[in-house]
Structures are given as C-alpha cells and as structure tokens.
Design a protein around this ligand. Sequence first.
Ligand SMILES: Nc1ncnc2c1ncn2[C@@H]1O[C@H](COP(=O)(O)OP(=O)(O)O)[C@@H](O)[C@H]1O
Ligand SMILES: O=C(CO)[C@@H](O)[C@H](O)COP(=O)(O)O
Length: 510
Amino acid sequence: MTYYLGIDLGTSAVKCILVDAGGTVKGSLSLEYPLLQPQPGWAEQHPEDWWNGTAACIRQLLERSGISGDEVSGIGLSGQMHGSVFLDKELNVVRPALLWCDQRTAAECAWIEETIGAEELGRLTGNKALTGFTAPKAVWLRNHEPEHFRRTAHLMLPKDYVRLKLTGAFGMDLADASGTLLLDVANRRWSTEVLERLGIPAEWLPPLYESNDIAGHVQPAAAALTGLAAGTPVVAGGGDQACGAVGVGVVREGIASVALGTSGVVFVHDDTYQADADCRLHSFCHGVPGNWHRMGVMLAAGGSFQWWRNHFAFEELQQAQTEGRDVYEYLTALAEQAPIGSEGLLFLPYLTGERTPHPDPKARGGFIGLNLRHTKAHLTRSVLEGITFGLRDSMELVKASGIVIQELRVSGGGARSRFWRQMIADIFGLPVVTVNSTEGPAYGAAVMAASGVLGRDIPSLCEDWIRIQESIEPNPAARKRYEAYYAIYRTLYGTLKDTFHQLTDLVNEN
Ligand SMILES: Nc1ncnc2c1ncn2[C@@H]1O[C@H](COP(=O)(O)OP(=O)(O)O)[C@@H](O)[C@H]1O
Ligand SMILES: O=C(CO)[C@@H](O)[C@H](O)COP(=O)(O)O
C-alpha cells in the first residue's frame, strides 16, 4: 500500500497523520511539548523539543497503525509560522526560538518601518512590520543578544528545522517564507533590498521552494529514529495557514476559510498577487504554486476559549474527566443556555495583544457590560461571541478589498462545535461548510506530499480527496440580533485603546 505522511508542527503539539492513496486518513497521533514564557509577552520553544517530539510521534504512529516505513511514499510538513530558529555554522541551536505569538519586538518593528518606510516596506514585501513576524526577531537578537547574533549562521522557520533534521537539507516554502517580512511576495523571491537595509545576512536564508517541490529525502540517521525508510521524499510543505487552507480545499477564489486554532484566521485565495490597502490583511504566497492569498489573524481565538476553560471551568473539567468527555462540549452547551448577545455582555479577545485588524501588542481583553443577571453561561457565550466578532473584523477587511465570498470552510479545534459553527454563519451572514478532512494543516501537508510525489496539481487532488460534509445556513433573525451587538463591539477597541496601553505600561514598569 501507499501512504503519505502529513506532519503539522503546532504551537502546543506536533500532529502526524497517515493518508492513503485515496485521501482517507488511516492514522493520527499528537504529542505535546512545552511552551516557555520567560517574561510577560514572550513565547519561546526549544527546536530540539520539536524534533524529538516529531521523531517520537512518527515512530509511534507507524507502530500503532501497523504501517511500515517502506509504505510511506512521501512526507509533507506544515508548521506554526514566523518562529525564528537561529543555528550556528555547526547547526547547533543558538537560543530558543521566538514564536509567532511573542510580542517583544514592538521597538524593532518601529525601527524597521522607520528605516525602510512603511509604504516602501509594503511595496517590497506586501506586508507591514508586525511583532510576530521573523525579521523583527532577528533585529531583536542583534539589539539584545549581540553574541548570539554573531554566532548565527542560519535562520529558518520551525518546520524547516524539522525538515533539516529529517533530510539534512536546507529549504523553505514560499508560503511560510512570506511571514518572515524578508520575502518579495509579489515576485516569489528573497528581497535583497530588505535584507540589505535591515543588515540581515542573505546567506542566513535557505533556498526557496513551492510547497509541492521535493526539498530533500529522509537521511539514514533520521530513518533509524523514526521508522521511516531512508530516501523517502520530503516536500517543502507550508506554513500552517496555507496547509490548513489546502486541507479544507480553499484553492480557488470565492471560498474563504476560518481556522479556529489557538489563533483565528480568515483566509482567502488569490489567483494573482494583490497587495492589501495599507497592508491591513497579510498578503502571502499560497501553498498552491503560483497563487497567493490574503488573511487576517487574530492572536487569541481558540486561545481565549482555552484560557476561559483553564481558569473558570473547574466543575466542567471535573464532569468531563469523570465521564471521559471533552470539556469544551460542556462549555459550548453551557454557552447555548444564554441568549444571543449574552444579555448585553461583550468580550474583547485581545488577551495577547492583537494583529488584525488592530496591530497592537498592548491591546488587552475585557468583559464589557456586566450586570447582576449575568451567569457563567453568559460569560462563556460572550467569550465565543467576542472571538467570532473579532474574526468578522477580518472579514470586513476582506469585503472592503472587493473580494466576494460565497462560502466559509471552517477548521481547527473550534470547528468541532456545531453551536459555534452556527454562530459563525449568523455573525458572518454566510453558509458555513465542514468537509470530510478534519485533520486541518496536517491533511494539507499530506496533499502537498502526494502532489509532489505523483506530479499532480494540488487543486485537482483536493477535488478528488475533499468532500463537503455539512453546510449550515445563516439564520436571518439571529443575524439581525448579532448585527446590533457587532456594531457596538466595533467601537470598543478605539474607545479603550489608551486605557489598554496605560495598563500594559503600568504592569511593565513593575
Ligand atoms: N469541542 C470543541 N468545541 C469548541 N472549541 C473547541 C473544541 N475543541 C477544541 N476547541 C478549541 O480549539 C482550540 C484548539 O484548536 P487546535 O486547532 O487544536 O489548535 P492549535 O493547532 O493551535 O494547537 C482550543 O484552544 C479550543 O479553544
Ligand atoms: O501566526 C500565525 C499565522 O500568521 C499563526 O497561525 C501561527 O502560524 C500558529 O497558529 P496556530 O495553528 O497554533 O493557531
């Protein structure tokens, strides 16, 4: 038999899946690794943890599924985007990687926009300097850890480090490279101009590939660790958002995806390069060769719901553990008991600052409108509504740029809840579709692997492998009620911005 291995190097865990030649998932396994938060607003991981976790995950998945390494014909990698892996010339990790959700680089972003000019930066890269992106992290290293900067010989993204360990080959796909702020996204090549003006050595960067290009082969040492066969081809893969979009079939214009992971993303496909006005949406290369996409990214979407679960759902956690069920099912059932608008309660999901539409590391969250009638059910519903209103903000930017969307495809952990899917349909006023492939970015990575090995194009494989499972229509009455709450939600960030900044500065002073 022939199988394709899709690997998604997530923020909380690595997920590996095995997909057969007809696109059916035959096995799936996740292994978690730690997230380090050495200071408020910082987020780091050890690249060695990614590699050890991935190697163990592949080995255990092969053992459990009874599939031999020889039967794996190709491997695709997806990964959390933007994280900076700094290696020295002997390929040792110089320091833990700074992640996509790390907010320490506000000063470096300001310097980059000043040095190049915001408009010029947009012209050269299609994007603005955002704290999560990779270039500001390299500048931070030079400013704060000059010894580490001097030792660095290679800069790569998280999944590209794992591919290096698997294959011994350097490489980066164009979709993930778009989030470095060092790519000339329109022309699909490194921007020598940006590199020179920021003083980042061009030789640090790996060669670029389209997502389905074969970028290396499993080397013997990695084969011994994982159970894979030496020589198995490994395609370049993509950043998790491009892979997630491929994984739900967002490979043509007119459909958008909403990914409800730790972050929340509204993603649209572009056949041709389109710079977004004022770069409010990210303009990136897609994992479909020669295509692009735009997206809005909320930093704490599922992350806000997870925070709510971790700190305020003790009874639900206990109940779920006793009954061996998922605690989020209890929480969404609880939210359903409260009415639309949570009786006048709005939640702001800026728990780790925000990216789209408010690029502001000092933005903060909040419950607005609390009164004595509010119960845990209202607060829980309000968390879900606030996250969805925040994602609607990104959809408004999509609409403002003239893109017409007929259908939303949802993915990520949050998409498991039918209640949340209906809420998305009502708040966005669009049909919400789920597909048979529920493995998200890992599935997209497997599609890319099959595409590279078989020499078939990605859209036609998606056509063959991905089927619509369910479509939820918006409810007109609910939509009208949400609309009134959304109109108020939209005013809140502007009203509270100064307060958020004062609070953040006060905490940072102490
Ligand atoms: N059954 C569920 N109902 C609603 N939300 C859920 C459910 N299961 C998971 N989630 C949400 O999905 C998030 C995890 O999504 P996932 O795609 O696994 O994230 P990541 O890849 O970023 O680690 C959780 O933080 C939670 O907010
Ligand atoms: O920063 C972005 C995209 O620009 C994030 O999407 C990260 O790539 C990781 O997100 P999760 O998959 O962990 O939610």
